[in-house]
Write a protein that binds this ligand. Structure first.
Ligand SMILES: [Zn+2]
Length: 213
């Protein structure tokens, strides 16, 4: 599987295209494109590689992660999916945008909801979902167990964790999600692709992340 990262919008959020080189099936994760330039960058990459995007997935509902939901689902004609516990964030996205000085249209209602039972086959692999609330109630980690890849959203970063002072955040729930769900289901050699900043591994975070000691 291949992964292409686009760091987009004023929040420097990582949007990922995850795709299979053989079948060319793929997904877009957190389409946070903010302007036409960022949208065009994503479109030209997908077109140049002939990637057949199947789904647009949100790790959670914060504005920097959902800014481009409308763009991705309409441009690529694919369903938008998010965990249902973050629906309230989508409904308030326009107001949240104003708080941060970001102009955003209404975010469309998702087409389907992410659950822990959901399995999305993508080429030779498949994506599964771990519900990891704490940064937001409907936060999920998106996992490819075959290739040991995790898209961790804002649950965990390299040597940091997601903030818990936003609506529905809770530090104890977040730490429980990381220790007892993410670390329980994924071994040390899994690579983490977070919603902000650089990649890391579960093993490195167990050793060096000051918030997890
Ligand atoms: Zn967030």
């Amino acid at each position: 599987m291949k992964i292409k990262k686009f760091t987009v919008n004023p929040f420097q959020m990582n949007c990922y295209i995850y795709y299979d080189e053989d079948s060319l099936e793929g997904v877009i994760i957190d389409p946070g494109a903010y302007d036409k330039y960022e949208e065009d960058e994503i479109i030209s990459f997908v077109d140049s590689k002939n990637i057949k995007l199947k789904y647009s997935l949100n790790t959670h509902g914060h504005i920097d992660h959902v800014l481009g939901n409308k763009f991705a689902s309409s441009c690529f004609n694919i369903p938008q999916m998010i965990h249902g516990d973050d629906l309230f964030l989508l409904e308030n996205a326009k107001i949240h945008g104003m708080v941060f000085g970001i102009n955003i249209d209404e975010v469309p209602t998702p087409d389907e909801y992410i659950t822990e039972e959901l399995v999305l086959p993508i080429g030779e692999s498949e994506l599964r979902f771990i519900h990891t609330p704490g940064h937001s109630p409907g936060g999920v980690c998106i996992v490819d167990h075959l290739n040991k890849i995790v898209f961790s959203g804002d649950t965990i970063f390299r040597e940091s964790i997601g903030r818990t002072d936003l609506s529905g955040g809770n530090i104890n729930i977040l730490l429980d999600s990381i220790h007892n769900k993410l670390f329980y289901q994924c071994d040390d050699d899994y690579t983490l692709y977070p919603g902000h900043m650089d990649e890391t591994t579960i093993g490195k975070e167990k050793r060096y992340n000051p918030f997890l000691r």
